[in-house]
Ligand binder design. Structure first.
Ligand code: PLP
Length: 447
């Protein structure tokens, strides 16, 4: 299905500069096309960042890969209980993904998100740095029960925000900056906020091919974040979720190791790193990792021991053996499969929206998403209209804390799961909805 570009008037310049007569004609044409598509009863899904079946097939060898050899390098039988911090093979893989030494790695179960939740819960209730460091005591005794706060670069990952919400941590939006010398969250704003408020206890970071902007933090931003705990109040934590560390699609982007930067700054105990093989092998059956300074890791393990005797070491071993000396080649196969979908998204946005000058979008070199900013006030309407025409998008607002995008302008596009044809069709409908709502907005706001 292709939209007839002729009837929708691409090529007549920025929408805002057109006469109301021109806009009314355009609205009629776009509406007619929208109703035509609606009648087709499509069902397309651009919501969650999941690998497509062909990407999962790349790891099909995992099934049976161990061929009965369950012994680890240090002689453990993976089928048995024990080994809470993970097997050496998996720790080496986690070390590579998170840019930390293997002795600082915890290899866990199938989800890094679980480790993020547990570590924040531990920091809140028991204290990552010893019993008197629990955030809950600081909040209740020194600040009359005022809430602990976290800085959240936006747009960001909805599940990070959901963790904070469920633990009663207040969230503060931080915009991204994109200057020639620095990319990442607005460090000036961050430094000024932490200087004023000791209840700001941490920050979420997805430092490489960020969800959803695709931004990779510059050296300067990494260094400033590594130094942040020195300037913030007590017990500050940087949650460094490197979920897309090896997920280049167009080209790789180097990222400085925060652990190295923190070693120089003397802040290693204040950094927790995370990653997983979820988008490398099987999303539902991978291995999650956490990286931490030795004493922090030991404190966390002492908490974890009440929850499990040990993780699924058989799964750790098969993932680690499968990816040993194979990680880069394996990720290149992923890139080959999803690159055409990312290219299709860029081509559709560029040919469908550039001239109208009604939207901005990111051009990520890797990761799982493209972030689209429409005119403020329109994102919810676009998402609703697209749904009514058969395209499900991530709910507008989901990329912000509390599900509230103050400008109602951000839409996350996740092109990996649908087929290329489905991505193309879905993008045409999305673009049609962006154009139609934009024309309607200009018409209703003009005298
Ligand atoms: C930034 C980020 N972190 C973590 C996850 C989930 O990781 P896991 O499957 O290891 O829990 C995702 C999944 O979309 C993500 O985008």
């Amino acid at each position: 299905m292709r939209t007839d570009k002729g009837t929708t008037d691409v090529g007549a310049g920025a929408l805002a500069e057109r006469s109301s007569a021109q806009l009314k004609v355009l609205e009629r044409n776009l509406s007619a096309r929208y109703h035509q598509i609606q009648a087709a009863g499509l069902s397309l899904d651009l919501t969650r960042g999941k690998p497509c079946p062909k990407q999962l097939d790349l790891s099909a060898e995992l099934d049976g890969f161990l061929s009965g050899d369950y012994k680890t390098l240090d002689g453990q039988d993976c089928r048995n209980y024990g080994g809470l911090s993970g097997i050496p093979e998996a720790k080496s893989l986690g070390a590579e993904l998170m840019q930390v030494p293997a002795e600082n790695v915890l290899a866990g179960g199938n989800s890094s998100l679980t480790l993020m939740f547990q570590s924040l819960q531990f920091a809140m209730q028991k204290g990552l740095w010893g019993t008197d460091s629990a955030w809950q005591y600081e909040s209740s005794t020194e600040h009359n029960g005022a809430k602990i706060k976290f800085l959240c670069p936006v747009p960001g990952y909805d599940r990070h925000f959901a963790i904070c919400e469920s633990l009663g941590i207040e969230m503060i939006n931080i915009p991204f900056t994109e200057q020639s010398s620095s990319s990442g969250p607005d460090m000036q704003k961050i430094y000024s906020l932490v200087a004023q408020d000791p209840l700001i206890k941490g920050i979420w970071c997805v430092p490489k091919f960020s969800n959803p902007t695709g931004c990779t933090y510059s050296d300067d931003a990494v260094e400033k974040l590594a130094n942040l705990p020195i300037h913030a109040g007590r017990n500050f934590l940087v949650m460094w979720d490197n979920a897309y560390s090896v997920h280049s699609v167009m080209q790789d982007e180097p990222l400085t190791s925060i652990f190295d930067a923190a070693s120089k700054a003397g802040t290693r105990p204040n950094i927790l790193t995370f990653s997983s093989t979820s988008k490398i092998t099987f999303a539902g059956s991978g291995v999650g990792f956490m990286g931490a300074e030795e004493s922090v890791l030991n404190n966390f393990l002492s908490h974890l021991q009440f929850q499990t005797i040990g993780y699924d070491k058989v799964n750790q071993l098969r993932n680690a053996r499968f990816l040993k000396n194979n990680l880069q080649q394996h990720m290149a196969k992923h890139a080959k499969l999803i690159k055409p979908k990312f290219t299709a998204v860029q081509e559709a946005l560029s040919s469908g929206l550039s001239e109208d000058d009604i939207a901005r979008w990111t051009h990520p070199n890797g990761g799982y998403f493209v972030s689209l900013d429409v005119t403020p006030g329109l994102a919810k309407r676009v998402v609703k209209m697209a749904a009514e025409a058969g395209v499900v998008l991530t709910p507008a607002g989901a990329t912000y804390p509390y599900g509230v995008d103050p400008s109602d302008h951000n839409i996350r596009i996740a092109p990996t799961y649908p087929s290329l044809e489905e991505v193309e069709s879905a993008m045409e409908i999305l673009i049609l909805c962006v154009r139609l709502t934009s024309v309607q907005q200009i018409l209703t706001s003009s005298p």
